[in-house]
Design a protein around this ligand. Sequence first.
Ligand SMILES: [Zn+2]
Length: 184
Amino acid sequence: MDCTSCNVGSLEPSFIEGQFRAHTCTSCKGNWILIEDYVSWKERNPEYQFSEQCSFQEDGTDSKKALLCPSTGTIMRKFKISSATEHRIDYSANAGGLWLDAGEWELLKKEGLAGSLNSVISQHWQNKIREQSAKDNFADIYLEKFGAENYTKIKEFRQWLDKQEQKADLRAYILAEDPYSAEK
Ligand SMILES: [Zn+2]
């Protein structure tokens, strides 16, 4: 397999810390890990603890460019691994594979995530991230639509309304064309 990150090296079979199967680039030293390899290793070694002492140094050079999956050639998705770092790892859902730039394995260890690589890309985790960014998107849309002042006001009003015992009646009152008419 050719390395899709540096486009120079090739991906050769390797073992991460002598534990589980991976492919490592001969040039940029990035690692390609199939989640199924990781999970089956983990099933055989449930107690194994990776040392969290490591030499990772934040260099702030996480590549922002989209990476292609070395196996299927499709664009991989970027995942934030924690809120503490800007580094993102690339995941190919098509191949079930994870791309770690050189040093990112050390970063995962430092964040205490090396023992749960699979959960980093789990549906639950993905959903949480997605929910947050959807919320942020909606907030932006409302802000633009209503303007800052009105948006603040309507948010406060909504919170107030939610706390009222009679909120259904209050809502009906607001929504009615003419609350003082018997007609709907
Ligand atoms: Zn490479």
